[in-house]
Design a protein. Structure first.
Length: 621
């Protein structure tokens, strides 16, 4: 592992120079595997010889790294190296990520039908450096088809980056050469383009003849909505599945993949597993429910499949024919042990496209329905609010180190500042809060450059001239960080004043609160009667009633609530789950008479509270 990292670090030093990286990787591969290339123009152009002394020395240094520990340089390492040297910015914008061989092969083998593959067509709609195409080419070759024929008639791919397509061609050329097919050149059906707008019918005469691909295998780009480039963002509107919420880039790849399949085609993806619960997956869920495709999902939950990439993934296998959803949770190491008995069959009619799909065993499904159908929902009964968002908390928030009648003192970046008390409010961060006793310790001050009309309660930012005149110390402090504040929203948003918060939410929330975090591994709900306390990085349930919130805290701190969250919410690593409003709002609160409410409020032990609520919900976990 240490040597492997040294090799990656060595090559990574030259990632800014695509040509050199390609030459180093290809030359090392050929030398270590004693590959002689006589004809292929592409590969010959990439071989480093002694005539270029500087490059040749780099090549020798890299080969020495491999030889020092007898490290093999096989095709899988070649694919890994090509994917590794994708620039960090491209990984963010284009979602490039290496797909492990065992996942690729599982997807391919699980999708293939028992049929003659010689006339079948295979496409990767986000091919990266060609891992899926490489595996399919090997498979077709083993059935007796030559690589020249495979590349011309069976394999198709597209990627938004030119260097990815170039590296895919390198990979496939080397594969053919190692099997004795050292052709001058191969004719590939590989295209540089944006899959969101690419038209296969117009671009490929072979596609026009076949009318649709038989198989599409891919690892769609891992790009969150905030990092999608402007061109792709504009293209999202062309795909119906991206019409709800802020769509991540992988979402339209389902619709576009199924569009380019023929009527009997099959699709296999390794992708993000949040679409069946998330807000931005609503339109996609509705799309699948309308189409009723046969859809098999292998969910890895919070297990991290990809190195150095925090993602929550699943394998999706879709046949373009009517059927049910087959769902299974699995660990990566258990893939080979999955059988038909590992899956639960779920009719689309049973699923809720609006609130999210409940995909689990029948007992769990029945329990969740019982919880959601009892009494009234949390979202209907209580006001659930998000916290404020400055988009630059480290500037607006501070811990006081001293005070007088009019000012607070604090230190930032080793400089001491004072700020007017009249401009400050108390604030707390629910994400780090676990119990009431922590509030005085964790409470902070926030510079609050707003005024609230006493009658209308309308919040407005203090005008710049008034701010500078009445609060000169706060103005001086914030002025030192104006350049940082100007970079919020990538510098593309005009705020009412440069010192305004990044968002206007939660500026005038008043009332008693039950505070809770964005994500958690346990049900932490913390009560405060400080009606003016502001909060950020978390949520609060707001009420004027102390009794209502203490009563609710007992319910939300129970095993029943956490069982509901574990089975309906978005999972994160280390058994953390999202507590976003969308995931808690449908939790059912039974009707309690006065005596029951009083009894629950007075119960102290967690065991007694759980026993009482299990009886009330008629649910025994």
């Amino acid at each position: 592992m240490k040597l492997y990292k040294e090799i990656l670090n060595f090559i990574g030093k030259y990632s800014f120079n695509e040509s050199l990286v390609n030459r180093l990787i290809v030359s090392t591969f050929c030398q270590l595997n004693s590959i002689s290339v006589k004809n292929n123009i592409l590969i010959k152009s990439l071989l480093i010889d002694e005539g270029d002394a500087e490059e040749y020395q780099k090549l020798l240094d890299l080969i020495d790294l491999f030889n020092s520990e007898n490290q093999n340089c096989d095709f899988e390492l070649l694919i890994t190296l090509f994917e590794f040297v994708v620039s960090p910015s491209d990984k963010i914008i284009n979602g490039a990520i290496y797909t492990p061989s065992n996942i690729r092969q599982f997807i391919i083998n699980s999708s293939l039908k028992n049929e003659d593959l010689s006339k079948k067509t295979f496409c990767d709609v986000a091919c990266g450096c060609g891992g899926f195409l490489f595996d399919v080419a090997k498979l077709l070759y083993s059935s007796g088809i030559g690589f020249k024929n495979i590349y011309e008639k069976n394999l198709f791919g597209i990627d938004i980056k030119k260097y990815s397509i170039y590296r895919t061609k390198i990979l496939l050329c080397l594969l053919a050469i190692t099997h004795g097919e050292d052709e001058d050149k191969f004719n590939f059906n590989l295209y540089v383009g944006n899959s969101l707008s690419f038209n296969w019918r117009e671009s490929s005469y072979i596609f026009r003849e076949i009318g649709g691909f038989d198989y599409i295998f891919s690892n769609p780009p891992y790009v969150g909505s905030t990092n999608i480039d402007e061109d792709s963002k504009a293209l999202l509107k062309n795909w119906s599945v991206a019409s709800t919420g802020k769509a991540d880039l992988y979402i339209p790849f389902f619709e576009l993949g199924l569009k380019w399949l023929n009527e009997n085609g099959s699709l296999g993806y390794i992708t993000v597993n949040t679409f069946y619960k998330s807000l931005n997956g609503r339109a996609l869920r509705s799309y699948f429910s309308a189409k009723k495709y046969s859809f098999k999902i292998i969910d890895f939950g919070s297990e991290q499949i990809f190195n150095n990439r925090l993602t929550y993934t699943c394998i999706c296998l879709i046949d373009k024919k009517e059927g049910d959803i087959l769902y299974s949770k699995s660990k990566l190491g258990n893939l080979s042990n999955l059988s038909d008995n590992s899956f639960y069959s779920i009719d689309y009619e049973q699923l809720n496209d609006q609130d999210g799909w409940l995909l689990d065993d029948y007992v769990t499904q029945a329990n969740i329905r019982k919880i959601e159908n009892i009494g009234d929902s949390l979202g209907n009964l209580f006001n659930i609010r998000n916290g404020f968002a400055t988009l630059k908390n480290d500037v607006f928030l501070f811990k006081s180190v001293g005070e007088n009648e009019t000012h607070y003192r604090f230190v930032k970046d080793d400089v001491e500042y004072i700020v007017e008390k009249a401009l400050c409010r108390d604030a707390i961060k629910p994400n780090v809060l676990k119990k009431e006793e922590e509030i005085p310790i964790l409470k902070e001050k926030i510079i609050f450059p707003y005024k609230i009309d006493s009658e209308s309660k309308i919040v407005s930012v203090i005008p710049k001239s008034e701010f500078e005149e009445k609060y000169p110390n706060a103005h001086l402090y914030l002025s030192n960080y104006k350049s940082e504040l100007d970079l919020r929203d990538k510098g593309q948003r005009n705020y009412p004043e440069w010192f305004s918060f990044g968002r206007t939410q939660a500026l005038n929330i008043k009332g008693k609160k039950l505070l809770f975090p964005y994500i958690s591994n346990m049900p932490y709900f913390v009560y405060t009667d400080d009606e003016d306390l502001m909060f950020y990085n978390g949520y609060a349930i707001i009420s004027d009633s102390f009794e209502d919130l203490i009563f609710l805290k007992k319910i939300l701190s129970s095993d029943i609530f956490w069982y509901y969250i574990e089975n309906t919410s978005k999972p994160y690593s280390n058994n953390y789950f999202s507590l976003a409003k969308n995931y808690v709002k449908n939790f059912g609160i039974p009707s309690f008479n006065r005596d029951e409410r009083k009894k629950l409020i007075n119960l102290k032990s967690k065991k007694a509270i759980n026993a009482f609520l299990e009886k009330k919900y008629d649910l025994y976990l």
